[in-house]
Structure formats: structure tokens, C-alpha cells
Unconditional design. Structure first.
Ligand code: ADP
Length: 259
């Protein structure tokens, strides 16, 4: 909001207060709209799996389904339930992060150890998808972080990198030492992101391709969680990407022992 410079010279002393109040109210409206958009999005995201589950269960209850189809229906029901579970888990994570007392407990954390834990957890899925995952340059760096939250950030970026990279590709985590910080990159050789989508990619439920995100079990909240956690740590997030070539998602954290 631009406050007109002439305001100081306003003949009426209340004019300035009135303007500030207008500002507050429009800020309130903006927040209120964001909140109701969010509720609408969540409802929509939950409605899709619920409708599918209901439909398949009704069909099964009617009987007269051959055993092979029955197995298939049950598998779809399970997939949809898993999707809802993931969505609810991500929503809970976000709401905990947003709680007013969400203060992170920053402790010195060896970066290599957390990266290693993250790699161990994604290795199985990466291998199933024919992808190599490795880390480099993370040894000997200690960051100020909440270890559990740092692990979550790495897992979210790594699972995205794995989901959006075709078989035969590579996912790499590396750290770049800056003076008092470290910049951690998760780089993939995947499908990349077109420039017009980049500014919105960290928004809740923003997806370039809804169907693809659905296929990989994405909730559309992964990057919003990443951004939230990193900002609670006082760091920054960003991405450089080229369609067809791959993406480089990065975040910064304060580091111990300045380089
Ligand atoms: P999702 O659960 O859909 O993956 P995210 O918040 O994690 O949600 O990511 C938002 C969107 O950003 C994704 O739907 C996808 O379109 C895009 N995206 C995220 N990471 C990558 C990546 N490594 N490569 C290509 N696109 C990505």
C-alpha cells in the first residue's frame, strides 16, 4: 500500500489514522480470502478420494464383481486412502508450523548425517524408479537447525526430484559453503519446470500438472512445507529449472564455524 506523501500535511489529524485503519482492514480481508481459499482447496482435495472410495465400495457391495476386478477395486480404495492419509499428515505438519508458538529449536546439526538419513529413506524408491541418488560436499559442515525439520525439508525435495525425473536420471544433493551460511542444493535431471510456473511453485496446492502429481501421490503441499520450515530457520529457498533438463532446488541455513 502506498501512503500518499501529502498525508503529513493533512489538515485533519485523524486522516492518517483512518488510512492506517483502511490498510489494516484490507490486510484482514486478504488474509480472510487466503484462509477461505485454503479451506476450499482442502475440501476439494479430500472430496476426490472420498468420492472414488464411495463409488468403488458401493459397487463392491452390490456384489456381482468378478474376483479380478474386486482386487483392482480394493487396490484403488487403498491408494485413495493412502492419498488422504498423506494429505492429512501434510496439513497437520503445516498447521503445527503455523501455530503461533512454532519456534524452532536450533541446534548444531552435522549436515552429512541428516543428508545420509534422508538418502537412506529415499534410496528404495529411487532404485525402483531406476534413478541414482548421491550426495557430495556435505561432509564437515555443521548447520543451525531443528534436525527433524531439516530432515523433512530434504525428504520433500528428494521425493519431488525422484517423482519428476524419468528412469535413468540422477538426483544429487550438494552443499555450497557461503561465508556464514550454507546453501544446500537438490538437483535432478528431470522434466524441469517452465519459467511461468516458477514464481508460484512454493504456493500451497500449486502444481504444474495435477494429474502427474496425483499419479505420484503428491499432496501439493510439499514445497509449501519446505518454504515454511526454511523461513522459520531464517533461511531462503529458491529454484532454478529448465524444462527437459532438470531442476535445482536450494535452501540456505546458518552454519557454524564460518568458512
Ligand atoms: P506435489 O505433491 O504435487 O509434488 P509440491 O508442493 O511438492 O507438490 O510441488 C509442487 C509442484 O511443483 C509439483 O506438483 C510439480 O509440478 C512441481 N515440482 C516440484 N518439484 C519438482 C521437480 N523436482 N521437478 C519438476 N517439477 C517439480
Amino acid at each position: 500500500h502506498v501512503v500518499p506523501l501529502t498525508l503529513d500535511a493533512s489538515p485533519h489529524p485523524l486522516a492518517r489514522h483512518a488510512l492506517v485503519l483502511v490498510n489494516d482492514v484490507s490486510q484482514w480481508h486478504r488474509l480472510e480470502r487466503m484462509r477461505s481459499d485454503f479451506v476450499a482447496n482442502v475440501s476439494h482435495e479430500l472430496k476426490t478420494p472420498i468420492t472414488a472410495i464411495r463409488g468403488f465400495v458401493e459397487t463392491l457391495l452390490e456384489g456381482d464383481v468378478d474376483p479380478e476386478a474386486e482386487q483392482e477395486f480394493l487396490r484403488v480404495i487403498l491408494d485413495e486412502a493412502v492419498r488422504m492419509e498423506a494429505l492429512v499428515a501434510d496439513l497437520l505438519t503445516l498447521s503445527k508450523l503455523e501455530a503461533e508458538d512454532a519456534r524452532v529449536q536450533l541446534e548444531p546439526v552435522p549436515l552429512a548425517e541428516v543428508v545420509q538419513s534422508a538418502l537412506v529413506r529415499v534410496q528404495g524408491e529411487a532404485a525402483r524408479r531406476g534413478l541414482a541418488v548421491r550426495a557430495e560436499g556435505v561432509e564437515g559442515i555443521t548447520v543451525w537447525a531443528d534436525e527433524g525439520q531439516l530432515l523433512q525439508v530434504l525428504l520433500n525435495l528428494l521425493t519431488n526430484a525422484i517423482h519428476y525425473t524419468p528412469a535413468g536420471g540422477e538426483v544429487r544433493v550438494y552443499a555450497e559453503r557461503l561465508v556464514d551460511r550454507v546453501k544446500v542444493h537438490v538437483v535432478d535431471t528431470g522434466i524441469g519446470i517452465a519459467p511461468e510456473h516458477l514464481p508460484r511453485i512454493f504456493e500451497r496446492f500449486y502444481r504444474v500438472d495435477k494429474d502427474r502429481s496425483r499419479l505420484t501421490g503428491g499432496t501439493g503441499l510439499g514445497l509449501a512445507i519446505v518454504k515454511h520450515i526454511v523461513s522459520l530457520h531464517g533461511g531462503e529457498v529458491g529454484v532454478a529449472s529448465e524444462p527437459g533438463k532438470g531442476s535445482d532446488f536450494w535452501f540456505t541455513l546458518a552454519a557454524l564455524d564460518p568458512a
